[in-house]
Write a protein that binds this ligand. Sequence first.
Ligand code: NAD
Length: 360
Amino acid sequence: MDEKIKLFEEMKKYGFEQVVHIYDETTGLKGIIVIHDTTLGPALGGSRIWNYESEEEALIDCLRLARGMTYKSSAAGLNLGGGKAVIIGDATKVKSEAFFRAFGRYVQSLNGRYITAEDVNTTTEDMAYINMETDHVVGLAGKSGNPSPITALGTFYALKGALEYKHKSDDVSKYSYAVQGVGETGANLVRYLMEEGAKDVRVCDINKKNLDKIKAAFPQVKVVDPDSIYAQDVDVFVPCALGGVLNDKTIPTIKAGIICGTSNNVLLEEDRHGDMIKDRGILYAPDFVVNAGGVINVYHEIHGYNRDNVIADIKLIRNRVIEIFKIADKQNINTQKAAKVFAENRIKTIKEVRSNFVNR
Ligand code: NAD
């Protein structure tokens, strides 16, 4: 995206519906809410507080993230569109009840077209303040709860889908794994792997406490150096730490035949690095399909939260990644691109299904 963006051209090019700039005089709240596409339902996306260097940078980030949510929710089979809010400021200084209530009033003014949630630098407590002014907020305390175990479970099913597709067997015990990062999602994923009999699980982390915890729970797990994680001679590389780790430097060193982990934006440059992975014959399970557990979890808050229904939806991720791998093979495109085709097809089809008038 060009640094000096022309907003209406950008909206036209990528199909953004609405961009709202908000400012509250009393609290100094400054933010942007972007609604990308509401074909499938209300635009859901978290509210992020970040000390952006410029308003331009904040706008570009919000546009990118909102569009990403459209793809994520569509590919997850949810009746949700994509949206996002960014609030400009230092999260350690700006937060207060009034600040979030002012924000909540702007969310309410969109009358349900946008539903907010937690994101970077916002918490369930902040959502409770927002909820004093609007019902269009999810991720509240006492409802869907911590998303990390659910995200890890979705990733586990995606991993099984990838194993099935590549090796015609999703028996987890037959394969070896290198897990980068054993924080909230990585540790849960290791647990699911161990529970299904995985015998060779190698992990790394830069946080010793997290490594100690995983060793205490599963002494048979092998700890390796963070720099050596890419070149581990294993069947599956499982990135659960940072974004951008699949890049020019790391991709040539990867020995695993499958990449599937919880990390967001794991490809440094989507198109180029997606192609590089494809050319190396590695099966990459697209991040936004794999890690949709969090959004699936909060989605269920909107319709009355039921854990069994959530788990049933999470299990669908397995066959969804297989469907995406098939699209990639058929069209000879990388799997990240195929995931976007899959998401776009669903939006296009539902738009067409709704083209005739029905009185409701
Ligand atoms: P986390 O902070 O709990 O865990 C990340 C772990 O990675 C930490 O233990 C950290 O020390 C480790 N780490 C950081 N840099 C590392 C490095 N260079 N090498 C090895 N380890 C390193 O975060 P999380 O919630 O588990 O999220 C992990 C990824 O999954 C992120 O990209 C996040 O955006 C994505 N994600 C998380 C969720 C969720 O529900 N938590 C949902 C969707 C996507």
